[in-house]
Design a protein around this ligand. Sequence first.
Ligand code: NAP
Length: 324
Amino acid sequence: MAKTVRIHEFGGLDKLKIEDVDPGQPGPGEVLLRQEAAGVHFADTLVREGKYFLKPDLPSGLGLEAAGIVEAVGPDVGDFSPGDRAAYRFNLGAYTEARLIPAAQLHRLPDNVDAKTAVAATVRGMTAQYLVRQIYKVGPEDTVLVHAAAGGMGTLLTQWCKHLGATVIGTVGSPAKAEIAAANGCDHVIDYLAEDFAVRVEDISGGAGIPVAYDGVGAAVYEGTVACLEPCGWYVNYGHSSGFLPPIDAMELNKKSLIFTKASLKDYMRTPDRAKSMLDEVFDLLGSGVLDPGISREYSLDEVAEAQRAIASRDTTGAIVLVP
Ligand SMILES: NC(=O)c1ccc[n+]([C@@H]2O[C@H](COP(=O)([O-])OP(=O)(O)OC[C@H]3O[C@@H](n4cnc5c(N)ncnc54)[C@H](OP(=O)(O)O)[C@@H]3O)[C@@H](O)[C@H]2O)c1
């Protein structure tokens, strides 16, 4: 049996149930994965609440990505053998000790990427890849705004933008997080709960504004972020940890010819080839030490409610992981 976190209803932390589930034996094309780590994402809390675009039938497992060791393979699985290290992403039910997973959804882990790093930095790393290398190609001439720069996404975005030579302005929600954002590489750090970040960005940019803002925070920063951008600037929203964005007003964007996108990883990794090249880039940068997800805490499956509470209450920095 495998200890597994499931929900039978959408709602608060009290809906998280820990159950023993028989993972079963792998069928054709399937692998039984003994999991060493599962990622904890802000999005997991939205799934639990029934507010994510992926709204599962109930009861449902939770968690989108995990890594571990192949324990058994079913018929017709040629790519994996027992003992292989592998990981997957975007397959609900990752908060468990062991599960069946289609082999086609697994990718091998390089020797220099351990399971915890993989689950902290695969979905987030691939997201950072399309944000800084596809939507807007960040370069040395850019000054970039990264919201929540001490968080899971913000850590990788900051490190990647610095690697590309940009100047990074990071916002954070506490003085302790300001130190972490600076250690991540931010050239300027703004505590946006203590001061008006739009005014500070205007000062830093000498009144010109900045060419691109990466926003996973949403409602609380929308207005200020619009104000920070230079004419023809890019407002790249990829999340809404503070609440949904207001309806986008085209005439407001028109005042500075701004370009707005609300982007999702699923669309950027929509073919296996695209996903693989994104992943290869992430693993290269993890392997060379350019990216480090900054795992700040590990939780057991029994502590899942505390892990979800922490990430939803801005009590985490870097990434947190579940270790079954
Ligand atoms: N679109 C995609 O493809 C994609 C992929 C992965 C993740 N995401 C999104 O990326 C964002 C970051 O995800 P993550 O898992 O790495 O989480 P995270 O950034 O580690 O945690 C969320 C952070 O949001 C900030 N925040 C601001 N206002 C908040 C509020 N009212 N309540 C809670 N948090 C608030 C907090 O940082 P401060 O205290 O510093 O403000 C908090 O630490 C999320 O919006 C997530 O959904 C999107």
